[in-house]
Design a protein around this ligand. Structure first.
Ligand SMILES: Cc1cc2nc3c(=O)[nH]c(=O)nc-3n(C[C@H](O)[C@H](O)[C@H](O)COP(=O)(O)O)c2cc1C
Length: 393
């Protein structure tokens, strides 16, 4: 693919505000509609963050942006990426740069996925439907969360991009089995089992803001559970306490694999021994993730954990990484340290809140363009040429 130097973003940024979320009217009506000029000036993911911050109701903002306890790992996720320096090579013919890659049989134009995140209707009334439309426009695969605010079948019906399903194994095994079969029947192509959340982390910021679900927003995939997909009464903690199995072990991973023909990936691995156990358990891949720093504070940033894991795995299964990816150079660094692809979490909310599906497509296109430029400027023409020599040592 020849590098396209024209601006990749701002594709007819349909300006102005959108219909307001029920229950959020009071706050949102005081928020300024997004001016077209603001969107045209938004050239980086952090520009979208600034717009989203003005658009998203404060309680929801604290939920989305917040992390665990003192948010030290949240800071480290970024700092560790920032501190890695690049080692560019010159005088290589970079007139043709190819960002394409393959992950578990998926042909990707560039190695970025949408991470599974709960409740997109907090950022936009169309929620995950807008997200999947934006992902399709930017040709990025999406991992849908068990805790989505739109039914998994509705996303699959609308989605024009490859979909994976993120599974929070439920205490109710029968319900878990149903969820897996629903995802498989709807056409999801892989199962991403989140293994780092036996309980919810200490979420001080979200608790201080008294986060709750606004009326009209529910966990649509969980409607048949006793909680009826509601976050009420009370807080997310009760929902988590009802659904998350704190007894999940490697035996359950075997059981899950026996339920489905889909490839199974484990999300939330930071330890190299666990990565090795994952290989031996026969899973198709792992996601090196600290859950966007939302679970256990002071665990290492993912980019620091990554090389130990890719050394241990040694190419036997796919390894993806998320946590703080905000620039094309971050994508390059993760690939240099052995990741096959990266995922982005919070930036999807920023794109959604700023400009719905168009905003999601734009943040992905920005990242893609930045990644392409980073490859050109470091003299790496293909993804295969991105190895550890990209990092300054
Ligand atoms: C608001 C929010 C909701 C999330 N919900 C889920 C979820 O339902 N399941 C899951 O496995 N991870 C969830 N995550 C974690 C993301 O999948 C991902 O690991 C993380 O956001 C990546 O870091 P980043 O936000 O810095 O890009 C959530 C993260 C955020 C910010």
């Amino acid at each position: 693919m020849t590098i396209n130097r024209r601006r990749v973003l701002i594709q007819g940024a349909a300006a102005a505000g959108f219909a307001l979320l029920p229950g959020f009217e009071a706050a949102a009506s005081q928020k300024p509609a997004v001016a077209k000029a603001d969107l045209e000036r938004a050239v980086s993911l952090s520009d979208y963050e600034a717009i989203a911050r003005r658009r998203i109701e404060r309680v929801a903002w604290e939920y989305i942006s917040g992390a665990a306890a003192d948010e030290i790992t949240l800071r480290w996720n970024r700092e560790a990426l920032d501190h890695l320096m690049l080692d560019p090579r010159v005088l290589r013919d970079v007139s043709r740069v190819d960002t394409r890659t393959k992950v578990l049989g998926l042909e990707l134009p560039y190695p970025v996925f949408l991470a599974p995140t709960a409740l997109h209707k907090l950022a936009h009334p169309e929620g995950e439907l807008a997200t999947v439309t934006g992902a399709g426009k930017a040709r990025a695969p999406m991992v849908l969360s068990t805790m989505s605010s739109t039914k998994l079948e509705d996303i699959a019906a609308k989605g024009k991009t490859p979909l994976w399903f993120q599974l929070y194994v439920q205490k109710d095994k029968g319900f878990t089995e149903q969820l897996v079969h629903r995802a498989e029947a709807a056409g999801y192509r892989a199962l991403v089992v989140t293994v780092d959340t036996p309980v919810e982390g200490i979420r001080n910021r979200q608790d201080r803001a008294h986060f709750h679900l606004p009326p009209g927003v529910a966990l649509e995939n969980l409607r048949d559970l006793p909680t009826g997909g509601k976050w009420s009464p009370g807080t997310e903690k009760e929902v988590f306490a009802n659904i998350l199995p704190d007894r999940l072990t490697w035996k359950d991973i075997e059981w899950l694999q026996s339920l489905t023909k889909l490839p199974v990936l484990l999300k939330g691995v930071l330890n190299a021994e666990d990565a090795d156990m994952a290989v031996r358990a026969g899973v198709a891949g792992i996601l090196v993730s600290n859950h966007g720093a939302r679970n256990l504070d002071t665990v290492p940033p993912t980019i620091t954990a990554l090389p130990r894991i890719t050394d241990k795995v040694a190419g036997r299964i796919a390894v993806l990484m998320d946590g703080g990816v905000r620039r094309g150079t971050d994508v390059l660094k993760a690939l240099a340290l052995g990741a096959n692809a990266v995922l982005i979490g919070r930036p999807v909310f920023w794109g959604l809140a700023a400009d719905g599906a168009e905003g999601v497509a734009n943040i992905l296109n920005i990242l893609r363009h930045e990644f392409e430029v980073a490859m050109v400027l470091t003299g790496r023409r293909t993804v295969a040429e991105i190895d550890r020599s990209v990092i300054w040592r």
